[in-house]
Design a protein around this ligand. Structure first.
Ligand code: BES
Ligand code: MN
Ligand code: MN
Length: 456
Protein backbone atom coordinates (compact mmCIF):
# COMPACT_ATOMS: atom_id res chain seq x y z
CA UNK A 1 0.00 0.00 0.00
CA UNK A 2 1.30 3.40 -0.99
CA UNK A 3 0.91 6.38 1.30
CA UNK A 4 -1.05 9.28 -0.12
CA UNK A 5 2.17 11.33 -0.23
CA UNK A 6 3.87 8.68 -2.37
CA UNK A 7 0.79 8.31 -4.53
CA UNK A 8 0.61 12.07 -5.17
CA UNK A 9 4.33 12.16 -6.00
CA UNK A 10 4.14 9.33 -8.50
CA UNK A 11 0.90 10.51 -10.14
CA UNK A 12 1.45 14.26 -10.01
CA UNK A 13 1.79 14.80 -13.77
CA UNK A 14 -1.32 12.79 -14.56
CA UNK A 15 -3.30 14.63 -11.83
CA UNK A 16 -2.33 17.90 -13.46
CA UNK A 17 -3.06 16.74 -17.02
CA UNK A 18 -6.51 15.54 -16.00
CA UNK A 19 -7.29 18.84 -14.32
CA UNK A 20 -6.08 20.73 -17.40
CA UNK A 21 -8.45 18.66 -19.55
CA UNK A 22 -11.31 19.61 -17.24
CA UNK A 23 -10.29 23.27 -17.34
CA UNK A 24 -10.34 23.31 -21.14
CA UNK A 25 -14.14 23.03 -21.17
CA UNK A 26 -15.71 26.49 -21.21
CA UNK A 27 -18.52 25.45 -18.85
CA UNK A 28 -19.94 28.95 -18.37
CA UNK A 29 -23.38 28.57 -16.82
CA UNK A 30 -24.41 32.22 -17.22
CA UNK A 31 -24.37 32.14 -21.00
CA UNK A 32 -26.74 29.74 -22.85
CA UNK A 33 -24.27 29.72 -25.74
CA UNK A 34 -22.13 27.29 -23.74
CA UNK A 35 -24.90 24.81 -22.97
CA UNK A 36 -23.27 22.07 -25.05
CA UNK A 37 -19.90 22.58 -23.37
CA UNK A 38 -21.61 22.47 -20.00
CA UNK A 39 -23.16 19.08 -20.80
CA UNK A 40 -19.81 17.78 -22.11
CA UNK A 41 -18.16 18.89 -18.89
CA UNK A 42 -20.73 16.98 -16.84
CA UNK A 43 -20.06 13.86 -18.93
CA UNK A 44 -16.32 14.29 -18.49
CA UNK A 45 -16.71 14.54 -14.72
CA UNK A 46 -18.92 11.44 -14.70
CA UNK A 47 -16.28 9.48 -16.66
CA UNK A 48 -13.53 10.51 -14.26
CA UNK A 49 -15.68 9.46 -11.27
CA UNK A 50 -16.30 6.05 -12.85
CA UNK A 51 -12.59 5.58 -13.56
CA UNK A 52 -11.76 6.48 -9.99
CA UNK A 53 -14.07 3.70 -8.81
CA UNK A 54 -17.45 5.27 -8.12
CA UNK A 55 -20.66 3.25 -8.57
CA UNK A 56 -24.05 4.34 -9.87
CA UNK A 57 -22.53 7.29 -11.67
CA UNK A 58 -25.18 9.31 -13.40
CA UNK A 59 -25.44 12.59 -15.27
CA UNK A 60 -28.80 13.65 -13.86
CA UNK A 61 -30.80 16.00 -16.04
CA UNK A 62 -32.51 18.98 -14.41
CA UNK A 63 -34.56 21.82 -15.86
CA UNK A 64 -31.18 23.54 -16.22
CA UNK A 65 -27.68 22.06 -16.27
CA UNK A 66 -27.13 18.43 -15.27
CA UNK A 67 -25.95 17.31 -11.86
CA UNK A 68 -23.28 14.62 -11.73
CA UNK A 69 -23.84 11.97 -9.08
CA UNK A 70 -21.70 9.02 -8.06
CA UNK A 71 -21.15 6.98 -4.89
CA UNK A 72 -19.22 4.25 -3.19
CA UNK A 73 -20.99 2.53 -0.39
CA UNK A 74 -18.45 0.31 1.35
CA UNK A 75 -20.42 -0.63 4.40
CA UNK A 76 -23.77 0.62 5.67
CA UNK A 77 -22.38 0.82 9.20
CA UNK A 78 -19.74 3.38 8.19
CA UNK A 79 -20.44 7.11 8.16
CA UNK A 80 -21.25 8.68 4.79
CA UNK A 81 -19.56 11.78 3.45
CA UNK A 82 -21.23 13.78 0.70
CA UNK A 83 -18.81 15.77 -1.45
CA UNK A 84 -20.41 18.75 -3.14
CA UNK A 85 -18.75 20.85 -5.83
CA UNK A 86 -19.56 22.69 -9.03
CA UNK A 87 -18.18 22.18 -12.53
CA UNK A 88 -19.66 25.40 -13.93
CA UNK A 89 -17.59 28.56 -14.03
CA UNK A 90 -18.07 32.31 -14.23
CA UNK A 91 -17.84 34.07 -17.59
CA UNK A 92 -14.24 34.89 -18.50
CA UNK A 93 -14.67 38.45 -19.69
CA UNK A 94 -13.01 40.93 -19.94
CA UNK A 95 -10.96 38.59 -22.13
CA UNK A 96 -8.35 41.17 -23.07
CA UNK A 97 -7.14 41.29 -19.47
CA UNK A 98 -6.09 37.63 -19.41
CA UNK A 99 -2.39 37.06 -19.87
CA UNK A 100 -3.09 33.63 -21.33
CA UNK A 101 -6.48 32.42 -22.64
CA UNK A 102 -8.94 31.43 -19.87
CA UNK A 103 -9.67 27.99 -21.27
CA UNK A 104 -6.08 27.06 -22.12
CA UNK A 105 -4.66 26.23 -18.69
CA UNK A 106 -1.10 27.51 -18.38
CA UNK A 107 1.39 27.09 -15.56
CA UNK A 108 3.35 30.16 -14.50
CA UNK A 109 5.28 30.46 -11.31
CA UNK A 110 3.84 27.24 -9.89
CA UNK A 111 0.25 28.33 -10.46
CA UNK A 112 -2.36 27.03 -12.88
CA UNK A 113 -3.99 29.92 -14.71
CA UNK A 114 -7.47 29.21 -16.09
CA UNK A 115 -11.10 30.11 -15.47
CA UNK A 116 -12.35 27.68 -12.84
CA UNK A 117 -8.83 26.71 -11.68
CA UNK A 118 -9.72 27.45 -8.04
CA UNK A 119 -13.49 27.99 -8.36
CA UNK A 120 -14.26 25.17 -8.37
CA UNK A 121 -12.82 22.65 -10.83
CA UNK A 122 -9.36 22.50 -9.25
CA UNK A 123 -10.91 22.12 -5.83
CA UNK A 124 -13.61 19.50 -6.41
CA UNK A 125 -11.25 17.47 -8.60
CA UNK A 126 -8.94 17.03 -5.59
CA UNK A 127 -11.73 14.92 -4.10
CA UNK A 128 -11.95 12.75 -7.20
CA UNK A 129 -8.20 12.08 -7.05
CA UNK A 130 -8.18 11.52 -3.29
CA UNK A 131 -11.05 9.07 -3.79
CA UNK A 132 -9.07 7.30 -6.52
CA UNK A 133 -6.20 6.87 -4.07
CA UNK A 134 -8.46 5.50 -1.35
CA UNK A 135 -10.09 3.07 -3.79
CA UNK A 136 -6.83 1.77 -5.23
CA UNK A 137 -5.21 1.39 -1.84
CA UNK A 138 -8.11 -0.10 0.00
CA UNK A 139 -8.17 2.92 2.28
CA UNK A 140 -11.72 4.24 1.95
CA UNK A 141 -12.78 4.61 5.55
CA UNK A 142 -16.25 6.09 4.90
CA UNK A 143 -18.98 5.74 2.35
CA UNK A 144 -18.82 8.57 -0.11
CA UNK A 145 -21.32 10.30 -2.35
CA UNK A 146 -20.43 12.89 -4.96
CA UNK A 147 -22.77 15.58 -6.14
CA UNK A 148 -21.17 17.97 -8.61
CA UNK A 149 -23.54 20.55 -10.02
CA UNK A 150 -23.47 22.91 -12.99
CA UNK A 151 -25.40 25.96 -11.85
CA UNK A 152 -23.68 27.20 -8.72
CA UNK A 153 -22.44 30.38 -10.35
CA UNK A 154 -25.96 31.32 -11.41
CA UNK A 155 -27.70 30.60 -8.13
CA UNK A 156 -28.34 26.81 -8.19
CA UNK A 157 -31.95 27.35 -9.25
CA UNK A 158 -32.66 23.68 -9.96
CA UNK A 159 -30.77 22.16 -7.09
CA UNK A 160 -33.52 22.52 -4.53
CA UNK A 161 -35.90 20.41 -6.64
CA UNK A 162 -33.17 17.80 -7.12
CA UNK A 163 -32.31 17.65 -3.43
CA UNK A 164 -35.98 17.39 -2.44
CA UNK A 165 -36.57 14.60 -4.96
CA UNK A 166 -33.42 12.67 -3.98
CA UNK A 167 -33.34 12.92 -0.21
CA UNK A 168 -32.79 9.22 0.26
CA UNK A 169 -30.06 8.95 -2.33
CA UNK A 170 -28.27 11.99 -0.91
CA UNK A 171 -28.61 10.94 2.74
CA UNK A 172 -25.31 11.42 4.54
CA UNK A 173 -23.65 12.28 7.83
CA UNK A 174 -21.59 15.24 6.74
CA UNK A 175 -21.16 17.39 3.67
CA UNK A 176 -17.65 18.39 2.62
CA UNK A 177 -17.13 21.26 0.24
CA UNK A 178 -13.82 22.49 -1.10
CA UNK A 179 -14.90 25.80 -2.63
CA UNK A 180 -13.57 28.38 -0.18
CA UNK A 181 -10.23 29.93 0.72
CA UNK A 182 -7.69 29.47 3.45
CA UNK A 183 -5.39 32.15 4.83
CA UNK A 184 -2.12 30.97 3.27
CA UNK A 185 0.06 27.94 2.73
CA UNK A 186 1.82 28.88 5.97
CA UNK A 187 -1.41 29.28 7.92
CA UNK A 188 -4.16 26.81 7.08
CA UNK A 189 -7.67 27.77 8.09
CA UNK A 190 -11.24 26.53 7.88
CA UNK A 191 -14.11 28.81 6.97
CA UNK A 192 -16.88 28.47 9.50
CA UNK A 193 -19.46 30.67 7.92
CA UNK A 194 -20.70 31.87 4.59
CA UNK A 195 -22.68 34.96 3.86
CA UNK A 196 -26.11 34.95 2.32
CA UNK A 197 -27.01 36.87 -0.78
CA UNK A 198 -29.79 39.09 -1.96
CA UNK A 199 -29.40 40.21 -5.56
CA UNK A 200 -31.53 42.74 -7.40
CA UNK A 201 -31.53 44.54 -10.69
CA UNK A 202 -32.90 48.07 -10.81
CA UNK A 203 -34.21 49.98 -13.78
CA UNK A 204 -34.70 53.73 -13.66
CA UNK A 205 -36.75 55.30 -16.43
CA UNK A 206 -36.85 59.00 -17.21
CA UNK A 207 -38.25 60.32 -20.49
CA UNK A 208 -40.13 57.87 -22.72
CA UNK A 209 -37.29 57.83 -25.29
CA UNK A 210 -33.62 58.71 -25.64
CA UNK A 211 -33.25 62.45 -26.17
CA UNK A 212 -30.75 64.81 -27.77
CA UNK A 213 -28.63 65.86 -24.80
CA UNK A 214 -28.29 69.39 -26.14
CA UNK A 215 -31.93 69.95 -27.00
CA UNK A 216 -33.37 68.45 -23.79
CA UNK A 217 -30.38 68.21 -21.43
CA UNK A 218 -30.66 70.46 -18.39
CA UNK A 219 -34.46 70.50 -18.60
CA UNK A 220 -35.26 66.83 -18.15
CA UNK A 221 -33.83 64.68 -15.34
CA UNK A 222 -31.20 62.25 -16.59
CA UNK A 223 -32.00 58.75 -15.23
CA UNK A 224 -28.30 57.89 -15.08
CA UNK A 225 -27.64 60.87 -12.80
CA UNK A 226 -30.68 60.09 -10.68
CA UNK A 227 -29.67 56.42 -10.40
CA UNK A 228 -26.16 57.42 -9.35
CA UNK A 229 -27.58 59.67 -6.62
CA UNK A 230 -29.99 57.01 -5.43
CA UNK A 231 -27.20 54.44 -5.24
CA UNK A 232 -24.89 56.86 -3.45
CA UNK A 233 -27.56 57.42 -0.81
CA UNK A 234 -27.60 53.72 0.09
CA UNK A 235 -24.57 54.21 2.35
CA UNK A 236 -24.49 56.91 5.02
CA UNK A 237 -21.45 58.93 6.10
CA UNK A 238 -20.27 56.02 8.26
CA UNK A 239 -20.67 53.61 5.37
CA UNK A 240 -23.57 51.94 7.11
CA UNK A 241 -26.27 50.73 4.77
CA UNK A 242 -29.07 53.29 4.85
CA UNK A 243 -32.01 51.00 4.21
CA UNK A 244 -34.45 51.13 7.13
CA UNK A 245 -34.56 47.81 8.98
CA UNK A 246 -31.53 46.42 7.14
CA UNK A 247 -29.60 45.57 10.31
CA UNK A 248 -32.61 44.54 12.43
CA UNK A 249 -31.89 40.81 12.35
CA UNK A 250 -28.09 40.95 12.39
CA UNK A 251 -26.55 39.09 15.29
CA UNK A 252 -23.71 41.12 16.79
CA UNK A 253 -20.71 39.10 17.82
CA UNK A 254 -19.40 39.34 21.35
CA UNK A 255 -16.19 41.25 22.05
CA UNK A 256 -14.41 37.93 22.61
CA UNK A 257 -15.61 36.49 19.33
CA UNK A 258 -14.49 39.60 17.49
CA UNK A 259 -11.12 39.51 19.16
CA UNK A 260 -10.62 35.88 18.19
CA UNK A 261 -11.57 36.65 14.60
CA UNK A 262 -9.10 39.51 14.41
CA UNK A 263 -6.25 37.32 15.62
CA UNK A 264 -5.98 35.79 12.16
CA UNK A 265 -2.81 36.92 10.42
CA UNK A 266 -3.65 39.83 8.14
CA UNK A 267 -1.39 42.55 6.82
CA UNK A 268 -3.25 45.61 5.66
CA UNK A 269 -0.27 47.01 3.72
CA UNK A 270 0.12 43.83 1.68
CA UNK A 271 -3.63 43.84 1.12
CA UNK A 272 -3.61 47.39 -0.21
CA UNK A 273 -0.56 46.78 -2.33
CA UNK A 274 -1.99 43.60 -3.82
CA UNK A 275 -5.16 45.43 -4.84
CA UNK A 276 -3.48 48.66 -5.92
CA UNK A 277 -5.63 50.80 -3.61
CA UNK A 278 -4.54 53.80 -1.57
CA UNK A 279 -6.77 53.03 1.37
CA UNK A 280 -9.28 50.44 2.49
CA UNK A 281 -12.94 51.38 2.79
CA UNK A 282 -15.88 50.09 4.77
CA UNK A 283 -18.30 50.30 7.62
CA UNK A 284 -16.91 52.47 10.42
CA UNK A 285 -16.14 50.64 13.62
CA UNK A 286 -15.17 47.37 11.97
CA UNK A 287 -11.87 45.92 10.75
CA UNK A 288 -11.33 44.64 7.22
CA UNK A 289 -11.59 41.05 8.46
CA UNK A 290 -14.93 41.89 10.08
CA UNK A 291 -16.19 43.84 7.07
CA UNK A 292 -15.70 40.83 4.82
CA UNK A 293 -16.74 38.17 7.29
CA UNK A 294 -19.34 39.12 9.84
CA UNK A 295 -20.93 42.30 8.46
CA UNK A 296 -23.52 42.64 5.72
CA UNK A 297 -22.63 44.72 2.66
CA UNK A 298 -24.24 46.32 -0.36
CA UNK A 299 -22.36 46.50 -3.66
CA UNK A 300 -23.04 47.66 -7.18
CA UNK A 301 -21.94 44.84 -9.47
CA UNK A 302 -22.71 46.63 -12.71
CA UNK A 303 -24.17 49.94 -13.79
CA UNK A 304 -25.07 51.07 -17.28
CA UNK A 305 -27.32 53.16 -19.44
CA UNK A 306 -27.14 55.44 -22.44
CA UNK A 307 -24.33 55.25 -24.94
CA UNK A 308 -21.38 53.03 -24.06
CA UNK A 309 -20.01 52.32 -27.54
CA UNK A 310 -16.97 53.76 -29.33
CA UNK A 311 -16.56 57.53 -29.53
CA UNK A 312 -19.13 60.05 -28.36
CA UNK A 313 -22.86 60.11 -28.94
CA UNK A 314 -24.73 63.02 -27.41
CA UNK A 315 -27.72 61.44 -25.78
CA UNK A 316 -29.80 61.80 -22.67
CA UNK A 317 -30.79 58.19 -21.99
CA UNK A 318 -34.32 57.13 -21.34
CA UNK A 319 -33.17 54.40 -18.95
CA UNK A 320 -30.37 53.51 -16.58
CA UNK A 321 -29.74 50.22 -14.80
CA UNK A 322 -27.73 48.65 -12.03
CA UNK A 323 -27.19 45.19 -10.59
CA UNK A 324 -26.88 45.33 -6.83
CA UNK A 325 -25.91 42.57 -4.41
CA UNK A 326 -26.24 42.49 -0.66
CA UNK A 327 -24.19 40.01 1.34
CA UNK A 328 -26.04 38.86 4.41
CA UNK A 329 -24.91 37.53 7.76
CA UNK A 330 -26.50 34.99 10.10
CA UNK A 331 -30.12 35.56 11.00
CA UNK A 332 -30.75 37.91 8.07
CA UNK A 333 -33.12 36.51 5.49
CA UNK A 334 -32.63 37.09 1.79
CA UNK A 335 -36.33 37.42 0.99
CA UNK A 336 -36.89 39.95 3.74
CA UNK A 337 -33.84 41.97 2.72
CA UNK A 338 -34.92 41.98 -0.92
CA UNK A 339 -38.31 43.32 0.17
CA UNK A 340 -36.72 46.00 2.36
CA UNK A 341 -34.51 47.05 -0.51
CA UNK A 342 -37.42 47.23 -2.95
CA UNK A 343 -39.61 49.28 -0.64
CA UNK A 344 -36.78 51.66 0.18
CA UNK A 345 -35.52 52.08 -3.36
CA UNK A 346 -39.00 52.82 -4.65
CA UNK A 347 -39.58 55.28 -1.82
CA UNK A 348 -36.48 57.35 -2.61
CA UNK A 349 -37.24 57.71 -6.31
CA UNK A 350 -37.86 61.37 -7.17
CA UNK A 351 -40.84 62.34 -9.32
CA UNK A 352 -38.70 62.71 -12.43
CA UNK A 353 -38.26 58.97 -12.79
CA UNK A 354 -39.95 55.64 -12.35
CA UNK A 355 -38.11 52.73 -10.83
CA UNK A 356 -38.49 49.01 -11.08
CA UNK A 357 -36.72 46.52 -8.82
CA UNK A 358 -36.35 42.98 -10.09
CA UNK A 359 -35.17 40.34 -7.60
CA UNK A 360 -32.66 37.73 -8.78
CA UNK A 361 -31.47 34.56 -7.06
CA UNK A 362 -30.57 34.71 -3.40
CA UNK A 363 -29.20 32.51 -0.67
CA UNK A 364 -29.20 32.28 3.08
CA UNK A 365 -26.20 32.81 5.37
CA UNK A 366 -24.81 29.97 7.49
CA UNK A 367 -22.41 29.32 10.31
CA UNK A 368 -20.89 25.87 10.47
CA UNK A 369 -20.05 24.22 13.80
CA UNK A 370 -16.52 24.07 15.15
CA UNK A 371 -17.32 21.52 17.82
CA UNK A 372 -18.42 18.72 15.50
CA UNK A 373 -16.58 15.48 14.80
CA UNK A 374 -16.27 16.48 11.17
CA UNK A 375 -14.70 19.82 12.03
CA UNK A 376 -12.24 18.13 14.36
CA UNK A 377 -11.37 15.60 11.67
CA UNK A 378 -10.75 18.43 9.19
CA UNK A 379 -8.62 20.22 11.76
CA UNK A 380 -6.49 17.11 12.34
CA UNK A 381 -6.10 16.39 8.64
CA UNK A 382 -4.99 19.97 7.93
CA UNK A 383 -2.63 20.02 10.85
CA UNK A 384 -1.02 16.85 9.60
CA UNK A 385 -0.62 18.14 6.05
CA UNK A 386 0.54 21.67 6.90
CA UNK A 387 2.31 21.04 10.22
CA UNK A 388 0.23 23.78 11.72
CA UNK A 389 -3.14 23.87 13.42
CA UNK A 390 -5.76 25.53 11.22
CA UNK A 391 -7.70 28.47 12.57
CA UNK A 392 -11.40 29.17 12.02
CA UNK A 393 -12.33 32.13 9.82
CA UNK A 394 -15.51 33.62 8.38
CA UNK A 395 -15.72 33.67 4.62
CA UNK A 396 -17.07 36.57 2.62
CA UNK A 397 -18.51 34.58 -0.28
CA UNK A 398 -21.74 32.63 -0.57
CA UNK A 399 -22.58 29.01 -1.31
CA UNK A 400 -26.36 28.97 -0.95
CA UNK A 401 -26.55 25.18 -1.09
CA UNK A 402 -25.05 24.94 2.40
CA UNK A 403 -28.15 26.44 4.03
CA UNK A 404 -30.35 24.39 1.74
CA UNK A 405 -28.64 21.11 2.70
CA UNK A 406 -29.12 22.01 6.33
CA UNK A 407 -32.81 22.70 5.79
CA UNK A 408 -33.60 19.74 3.54
CA UNK A 409 -31.25 17.04 4.81
CA UNK A 410 -30.58 18.31 8.32
CA UNK A 411 -26.86 17.91 7.74
CA UNK A 412 -24.02 20.33 8.47
CA UNK A 413 -21.12 21.15 6.20
CA UNK A 414 -17.36 21.34 6.59
CA UNK A 415 -15.78 23.97 4.36
CA UNK A 416 -12.47 22.34 3.53
CA UNK A 417 -11.20 24.94 1.07
CA UNK A 418 -7.66 25.13 -0.27
CA UNK A 419 -7.90 28.29 -2.39
CA UNK A 420 -6.47 31.69 -1.55
CA UNK A 421 -8.33 34.99 -1.61
CA UNK A 422 -5.72 36.18 -4.10
CA UNK A 423 -6.63 33.44 -6.63
CA UNK A 424 -8.58 35.97 -8.72
CA UNK A 425 -11.92 34.21 -8.46
CA UNK A 426 -14.44 35.69 -10.91
CA UNK A 427 -11.63 37.96 -12.21
CA UNK A 428 -9.24 37.76 -15.14
CA UNK A 429 -6.22 35.49 -14.57
CA UNK A 430 -7.91 33.16 -12.11
CA UNK A 431 -5.31 30.79 -10.71
CA UNK A 432 -4.78 27.89 -8.38
CA UNK A 433 -1.44 26.87 -6.90
CA UNK A 434 -0.16 23.44 -7.93
CA UNK A 435 0.94 23.09 -4.33
CA UNK A 436 -2.57 23.88 -3.10
CA UNK A 437 -3.99 21.29 -5.47
CA UNK A 438 -1.58 18.55 -4.43
CA UNK A 439 -1.77 19.39 -0.72
CA UNK A 440 -5.54 19.23 -0.98
CA UNK A 441 -5.40 15.75 -2.50
CA UNK A 442 -3.05 14.77 0.29
CA UNK A 443 -5.29 16.13 3.06
CA UNK A 444 -8.62 14.61 2.01
CA UNK A 445 -7.86 10.91 2.74
CA UNK A 446 -6.75 11.89 6.26
CA UNK A 447 -10.03 13.70 6.73
CA UNK A 448 -11.91 10.53 5.80
CA UNK A 449 -9.73 8.45 8.11
CA UNK A 450 -10.12 10.77 11.12
CA UNK A 451 -13.81 11.28 10.49
CA UNK A 452 -14.39 7.53 10.52
CA UNK A 453 -12.26 7.10 13.64
CA UNK A 454 -13.94 9.90 15.56
CA UNK A 455 -17.40 8.66 14.53
CA UNK A 456 -16.86 5.29 16.22
N1 BES B 1 -16.77 29.51 -4.41
C1 BES B 1 -17.54 30.70 -4.42
C2 BES B 1 -17.89 31.21 -3.05
C3 BES B 1 -16.73 31.55 -2.16
C4 BES B 1 -15.56 32.09 -2.64
C5 BES B 1 -16.85 31.35 -0.82
C6 BES B 1 -14.51 32.38 -1.80
C7 BES B 1 -15.83 31.67 0.04
C8 BES B 1 -14.64 32.18 -0.45
C9 BES B 1 -18.82 30.45 -5.22
O1 BES B 1 -18.57 29.80 -6.42
C10 BES B 1 -19.44 31.75 -5.58
O2 BES B 1 -18.84 32.51 -6.30
N2 BES B 1 -20.66 32.02 -5.08
C11 BES B 1 -21.38 33.19 -5.45
C12 BES B 1 -22.81 33.07 -5.07
C13 BES B 1 -23.73 32.52 -6.13
C14 BES B 1 -25.15 32.54 -5.65
C15 BES B 1 -23.60 33.23 -7.45
C16 BES B 1 -20.82 34.39 -4.75
O3 BES B 1 -20.34 34.28 -3.62
O4 BES B 1 -20.90 35.46 -5.34
MN1 MN C 1 -17.32 28.19 -6.15
MN1 MN D 1 -17.77 31.37 -7.83
Amino acid sequence: MQTIKEYVQSNKDRFLEELFALLRFPSISADPKYKEDVVKTAEFVAERLKEAGADNVEVCPTAGNPIVYGEKIVDASLPTVLVYGHYDVQPADPLELWETPPFEPTVRDGKIYARGAADDKGQFYMHVKAFEYMMRNNALACNVKFMIEGEEEVGSANLETFVKANKKRLQNDVIVISDTSMISMEQPSLETGLRGLSYVEVEVTGPNRDLHSGVYGGAVANPATILAKMIASLHDENNHIAIPGFYDDVIELSAEEREALNKAPFDIETYKEDLGIGEVWGENGYTTIERTGIRPTLEVNGIWGGYIGEGAKTVLPSKAYAKISMRLVPNQNSHRITELFKTHFESIAPKYVQVQVKPHHGGEPVVTPTDSIAYKAAEKALEEAFNKKPIPTRGGGSIPIVALFEKELGVKTVLLGFGLDSDNLHSPNEKYGIENYLKGIETIPSFFKYYAELSK
